[in-house]
Design a binder for this molecule. Structure first.
Ligand code: FA5
Length: 331
């Protein structure tokens, strides 16, 4: 009997001095486990006289119940304290400034394309598209190229297979439209073009062009100059000046190059945006359009040159390199 109360006192003291739930589990094993000290008391019961057995058994069970009760209470206490410490350690400081999420913006070339679409759309031109992998026929033959024209040379053109090329100019849309649409018509496109060229600050193997043309009765150079004058002012503001100089393209007659200058950028120097002219009568005739009745103009411009001129960017490769430090400036 004495042994029972000594063990109980020992167990209760151990429970009180346990510092955490891990300590407590050890105490539980030591006294109440299958081979624990209190469980061990019962094994001695066989050696007792019969009349003492029930009394001893009852005492051991009472002792066990008290120790279990204390253990449960202390475990609850320690567990609560541990949880509090854990919550404290994992506390989130909601007052810390957050990392801001990057919000996507339209690429500057997309912004430029959208603006071109608004400007030309407002002048009555209809937006159309044609394939980047183009038939040789539409990229060259339909545009009045003589068979030996140097632009068709492998130097400039990516030949994909026998009669297919990566289009070198968006003017390739013309033949597709003239085949299926009778004048009067006003059409434009904006798209990717490809040339096998040495890459430098103003030339890339992959770039974009806007190509625009109209056919109607009595169209002349004044309509072309008026349209490109409005286009320049809409794209660059009222201070821009435009210049036309004679140039040769097989698909126009007369042909011009089209340059702009703004007082604030590139020291007011002229920058060529593209070519233009009146659609060659040979082309009209080949599509059954009477050049005595109808005439038209066409122009094709480099899209990259537009933000270069608008923002003073001196290297067009920057537009195609996807460096966010550069691109995020064009909000
Ligand atoms: C043409 O491509 C003609 N199709 C334009 C045209 C259309 C003339 C209709 C008459 C009537 P050109 O090869 O000059 O012309 O190119 C036009 C513009 O595209 C150039 O002025 C330039 O702004 C741009 N460009 C040409 N090559 C490149 C290149 N490698 N990288 C970036 N931009 C280029």
């Amino acid at each position: 009997m004495e042994q029972i109360s000594t063990l109980e006192a020992e167990a209760l003291a151990a429970i009180r001095s346990a510092k955490n739930t891990a300590d407590l589990r050890e105490v539980e094993l030591k006294y109440l486990g299958k081979n624990g000290l209190i469980s061990g008391l019962m094994r001695g019961i066989g050696a007792l006289p019969n009349e003492e057995k029930p009394i001893f058994g009852a005492k051991v069970n009472e002792c066990r119940a008290r120790v279990e009760g204390e253990l449960g209470a202390r475990n609850h206490e320690l567990r609560q304290a541990e949880l509090l410490r854990q919550f404290e350690a994992e506390r989130i400081d909601i007052t810390l400034p957050s990392r801001s999420a990057r919000v996507g913006k339209e690429h500057i070339l997309q912004q430029t394309t959208n603006k071109i679409k608004r400007v030309l759309g407002s002048m009555g031109f209809v937006y159309m598209e044609s394939p980047e992998l183009e038939d040789f026929k539409y990229n060259f033959d339909a545009l009045n190229y003589p068979p030996d024209h140097p632009a068709m040379d492998e130097q400039d053109t990516f030949y994909v297979e026998d009669r297919k090329v990566l289009r070198t100019q968006c003017t390739a849309l013309q033949g597709r439209v003239f085949e299926s649409t009778k004048p009067p018509l006003r059409v434009f496109t904006v798209g990717r073009t490809f040339r096998n060229e040495a890459v430098d600050r103003t030339h890339s193997h992959t770039f974009h062009q806007v190509d625009c043309f109209m056919i109607d009765r009595g169209i002349n150079m004044a309509h072309l100059k008026g349209t490109l004058g409005v286009f320049a002012r809409e794209m660059f503001g009222p201070e821009v000046t435009v210049r036309f100089r004679p140039d040769f393209f097989p698909f126009v007659e007369p042909g011009v190059d089209y340059a702009i200058s703004t007082p604030k950028l590139f020291g007011g120097k002229w920058v060529e945006l593209g070519g233009a002219g009146l659609i060659h009568p040979n082309i009209l005739e080949s599509y059954g359009i009477d050049p005595e009745e109808f005439s038209g103009f066409a122009f094709g411009l480099g899209v990259e040159r537009i933000p270069m001129m608008a923002y003073g960017v001196d290297d067009l490769r920057l537009f195609l390199e996807n460096d966010l430090r550069f691109l995020s400036q064009f909000a």
